[in-house]
Ligand binder design. Structure first.
Ligand SMILES: NC(=O)c1ccc[n+]([C@@H]2O[C@H](COP(=O)([O-])OP(=O)(O)OC[C@H]3O[C@@H](n4cnc5c(N)ncnc54)[C@H](OP(=O)(O)O)[C@@H]3O)[C@@H](O)[C@H]2O)c1
Length: 254
């Protein structure tokens, strides 16, 4: 039986584990960093916590006899992506980066591309009312700005004692439909958005900004290590099929 290690923490990783569950030719283990509470436990086996760097991950890949590594971590989780590439090479097993496509660059969206949270903060004009979708470790550059007002949406509550930017905090995940996101932006009289180029479900807020004509300060993705990649779970399953079995029959419920 082939073993597949899925580096998770994303909707795509959970979808992949669910699609592969029940295929008796393979077993999956989803690895979670353990930082974020997930809405549902992924299908298959689950492990939690860091590996102790690329050497730790390479050792685990070898000791536990994995046949393939799917790095389905978030597009901004740059460190684990590089560790995965190094570890898979050291262990001599195939690796695929499963990463959802970036937001579509529609012509009528006023994107302001920036390279970091610091640059994003610097790009906000004084007096702006900003919608800021950010992680709990990304707030410091915005907290330093006392001349802006932020509607802060976070999945996890901020750490105790963490200094927040002036404004209001809502806890929750992105809405799937632009109408809900538009209502949130309008209710709080938002005039600027700050977002990572996460892609996927978070696209509803970008569409909401487009419809309202709001500028989007967009933090661009860090580079991914070279190697095989897929933009969808379907493509990933085709890759696994080819890599593990080199056979024609389909796996999972493609
Ligand atoms: N960054 C984001 O915006 C974001 C958003 C949503 C979800 N996430 C998820 O949250 C996790 C952590 O993100 P991050 O930005 O802190 O990553 P990171 O900076 O790239 O990784 C930091 C360290 O966390 C450990 N780690 C990360 N992902 C892991 C996984 N799936 N399984 C086991 N260990 C993992 C590794 O520790 P060792 O070196 O000890 O192995 C890694 O070196 C990722 O799995 C990612 O998919 C991140």
């Amino acid at each position: 039986m082939a073993r597949v290690l899925i580096l998770g923490g994303t909707a795509e990783a959970a979808e992949l584990a669910a699609r592969l569950a029940g295929d008796d030719r393979l077993e999956t283990v989803t690895s979670l960093a353990g930082l974020t509470r997930l809405p549902n436990r992924p299908a298959g086996q689950v492990r939690q916590g860091g590996f102790g760097g690329p050497h730790g991950l390479a050792a685990l890949l070898k000791e536990e006899g994995y046949g393939a590594l799917v790095d389905a971590t978030h597009p901004f989780a740059a460190q684990i992506a590089h560790h995965a590439a190094e570890a898979a090479e050291a262990a001599g097993i195939p690796r695929l980066k499963l990463v959802r496509p970036p937001f579509e660059r529609k012509e009528d969206i006023r994107f302001v591309p920036v390279a970091s949270m610091e640059e994003a903060s610097a790009a906000i004009p004084s007096g702006a009312r900003v919608f800021l979708a950010a992680g709990r470790r990304e707030l410091a550059p915005f907290a330093a700005r006392k001349d802006i007002w932020c509607l802060l949406r976070m999945i996890e509550p901020p750490a105790p004692g963490e200094v927040l930017p002036p404004g209001e905090l809502v806890l929750g995940r992105p809405a799937a439909d632009p109408e809900t996101e538009m209502e949130l932006l309008q209710t709080h009289r938002i005039d600027h958005l700050v977002s990572k180029d996460s892609g996927g479900r978070a696209g509803a807020k970008i569409e909401a900004a487009r419809r309202l004509g709001l500028p989007v300060i967009l933090i661009e993705r860090p580079p991914v290590p070279p190697g095989d990649s897929a933009g969808t779970v379907d493509e990933c399953i085709v890759w696994l099929e080819r890599t593990l079995f080199r056979a024609r029959e389909e796996i999972g419920r493609v």
